[in-house]
Design a protein around this ligand. Sequence first.
Ligand SMILES: C[S@@+](CC[C@H](N)C(=O)[O-])C[C@H]1O[C@@H](n2cnc3c(N)ncnc32)[C@H](O)[C@@H]1O
Length: 297
Amino acid sequence: MNPVTRGQKDMNNDIIIEAWNTVLFDKYLRFKHLFVEGLSAHSNQVLGRQGYRPGIKVLDVGCGFGDSTISIAKLIGADGKAIGVDCAERFITSSKEDAAAAGIDNTEFQVADVAVDDLGGPYDEAFSRFGTMFFNMPGLAMKNIRKSLKPSARFTQVVWRKREDNPWLHDAEMCVKEIVPVISHDETDAVHCGPGPFSMAGPDMVSDMLLSTGYENVNFERFDCDICIGRDIDEAVEFAMAYGPAGEIIRLAEDEGERLKPTVMKALHKVFEKYVGGEGRIWAPSSAWIISAYNPS
Ligand SMILES: C[S@@+](CC[C@H](N)C(=O)[O-])C[C@H]1O[C@@H](n2cnc3c(N)ncnc32)[C@H](O)[C@@H]1O
């Protein structure tokens, strides 16, 4: 991909797509076991009760490693089709490999920017686990997803609730901010992840956006659970320094972020000590919205 200049960067998704295909993919790959096992509590909760019928066609938005797409494929049987889309080619390649290795052949994976690309369809259902919070142009994306749905079809998305109820991200961010200078997206040419994990946390803003992009019957359900953020405290600290707002502050601070890493590590150990559970694993509280909205009939 060509480098994107600062003047262009808010006009399209190039910066974000480049970020997900490079630095962010590498970080996610390093902690894949935490994403796939830790976050599956949320998708298992939702998918287990969606009532997906055998034979239907389901779109998985921002599918990442495609583990949720594979779970959907198992629910809808051989006559159904689960289609995972992601803007980052490397996630799609990885999803295809994992589905093939698991012998699942009713999945399909496509590189697509959900804000602007043709998503195929028409789909009976759309689903997204933590895939919609990073959209640079969320209104366009919501509209485009709705257009790919059949009449009366449902879009279910899982997104993080407010930061204070997700201390594994928020406390880490606060801790890092005390130590590392914060560089905003506007002050750097470095690629970045887009709006961030809490961009969909406000039900008023999100329900207005869904209604204004043509959905109806918008519903929010709170879902809280503890998630495993490390097999030991060192891994939880490494994870926090790589992922989420804390990781982004360190990365965007470049040399200064690198220089301050030992101080940050010490401080994060203190933050996570209280979450040490059985077998030394780190279990932290988390809180999400399960949002459902329907395409009109
Ligand atoms: C936090 S990850 C979640 C991945 C996966 N759903 C999971 O739960 O592990 C967000 C994903 O959304 C994708 N994404 C971000 N913006 C996108 C866009 N405009 N179109 C398609 N995918 C996008 C990213 O590449 C990334 O894989």
